[in-house]
Structures are given as C-alpha cells and as structure tokens.
Design a protein around this ligand. Structure first.
Ligand code: KIV
Length: 274
C-alpha cells in the first residue's frame, strides 16, 4: 500500500471516512476493478471504494457465473489493484467456498487476503447465516463489507438473476439480514437488485452505509461493475447499468485501424522507427 500512512499522498479512505460520509449525507461512489491500470485510473478519478469483485469470474475470465473463482485468483488480482491505488479503500470479495464451510476457515482465508494483498477489507455474501464469521473477522481488526439481496454465489439456489425481496416475507428477511450484519460489526453493506423502496427502508434502519447495485437512489452509495459501465462487457446489460462509455466500440475501431495500417505498411512511419 502506497502513501497516506507516511503522509505523502492523498488522504486514504478508511472505514471511518465511509461512516462519516453517511452521517454527512455524502454519497459513496464505488466501482469494481481487477487490474493495476484500471484501479489507478479509477483512483485518479476520485472513486471512494474499489471492490475487487468476484464478478471478475465473468467479465475477466469469461465464465457464466462467479462460482469458479478461486481464492488464489482473487489474491492475484487484488495485489495488482492495490498497487494502483493511493486514495480509495480497496475491498476484496471472498470467493465461493472460501468461507461457506465454517467460521474458522472463512476467518483464516480473510486473514490471508489481508496479509497478502494489502487491501483494506473483505466482502462476504450473506446475512444472519454469516453473522458469526463477520463478528470474528471484525473482532480481529479486518473490516467487513456485507452483501445481501441478490447474492450471485447463490445463483443456482435462486435459479436466476431475478430481483430479490419482492415478496413481503423475502423483504423482511433481507432487512433482518442487513441488521444482523450491522450488529456483527460490518462497516457497510451492499444491497443488490432489490426494490428501491426496500433499499431505502434498509438504508434508514441502519447506521452503517448501504451501497446499492440495482437498488435505487435511496442507498448511501452506488456500485457498478466497471466493465459494464464502460461498455466493455457487452454480453448483457441489466437495466440498472448506465453505460458511461462504449469502450468495446472504441477498441474495435482503434484495433481495426491498426490492422489496416500494418497490412498497408503505413505503420510504423519513419518517425516511429530508429
Ligand atoms: O462481484 C462483484 O463485482 C460484486 C458487486 C457487483 C457488488 O459483488
């Protein structure tokens, strides 16, 4: 981890900064990143939180779900991301089956991520079910981001990517889960693909910030998958993704021009040669 502790760079975002932002009603901006260069650009652009999401299993590795991602792969990507960041807080997603077996195993794996990557915290999917793990992890000084609603590691159980919390019983359970995470010591909680009204209700009921993805404008912050919002991942576009750029088009067009220049011997020029 560069700077801040030594006082040389921008002031690093910490769990304290994130907590203060909710109190001061400042919205929290979060994006995912999986590599050094992207992380550095997001950091320079003023992002508050960078999540090394296990969504990398889909948008980086080309899998259909996040299930195949391993702990070693998460650590590899997280090290690269941390090297690119001076200000933002970096949180690492704990991948499927790195914490589901038992509390002890999840706790040790979270510790390994912190020791080997230099990140500022970890994220677990689940609510009440993982409260003991969240408690033990935070008691050891590891900041935990929770994640409730549509939790992609349970996609086979849900049977698809439909919004969660649309029935009164499920809405109640999601609120209970979010509260359980707060009580267990989580510093914030991701609310994924739930009705905006439910997300607002949870945001008001919690003292810790909520970070929404497909959960409406009432959350304390927002997160998107960077490859979606930059228009790099074109396989599908859920309605909650706003495309801020069309990088895939830009890359195809640029590479097309390069290919043409090489074939027509227009590249390299005299000035580009030694
Ligand atoms: O894996 C991921 O990128 C995530 C975010 C979408 C919240 O969990």
């Amino acid at each position: 981890m560069k700077n801040s502790a030594s006082g040389s760079g921008p002031k690093r975002v910490t769990t304290k900064t994130i907590a203060a932002m909710k109190k001061e009603r400042q919205k929290i901006a979060c994006l995912t990143a999986y590599d050094f260069l992207t992380a550095r650009i997001l950091d320079q652009a003023g992002i508050d939180l960078i999540l090394v999401g296990d969504s990398l299993g889909m948008v980086f590795q080309g899998n259909e779900t996040t299930i195949p991602v391993t702990l070693d792969e998460m650590i590899y990507h997280s090290k690269a991301v941390v090297r690119g960041v001076e200000r933002a807080m970096v949180v690492v997603d704990m991948p499927f089956m790195s914490y589901q077996a038992n509390v002890e195993e999840g706790f040790r794996h979270a510790g390994r991520v912190m020791k080997e990557t230099g990140a500022g915290g970890v994220k677990f999917e689940g609510g009440e079910r993982i409260a003991d793990l969240v408690h033990q992890t935070t008691q050891a000084g590891i900041p935990v981001m929770g994640h409730v609603g549509l939790t992609p590691q349970s996609i086979h159980q849900f049977g698809g990517y439909k919004p969660r919390g649309t029935s009164p019983d499920e809405a109640k359970a999601i609120l209970k889960d979010a509260k359980a995470l707060e009580e267990a010591g989580a510093f914030c909680v991701v609310l994924e693909k739930i009705p905006a009204r439910l997300a607002s209700k949870i945001t008001k009921a919690l003292t810790i910030p909520t970070i929404g993805i497909g959960a409406g404008a009432g959350c304390d912050g927002q997160v998107l998958v960077v490859s979606d919002m930059l228009g790099l991942y074109e396989d599908f576009q859920p309605r909650f993704v706003r495309r801020y750029a069309r990088l895939a088009d830009l890359i195809r067009e640029s590479v097309g021009r390069y290919v043409k220049d090489v074939k027509e011997m227009k590249f390299p020029s005299h000035e580009e040669s030694y």
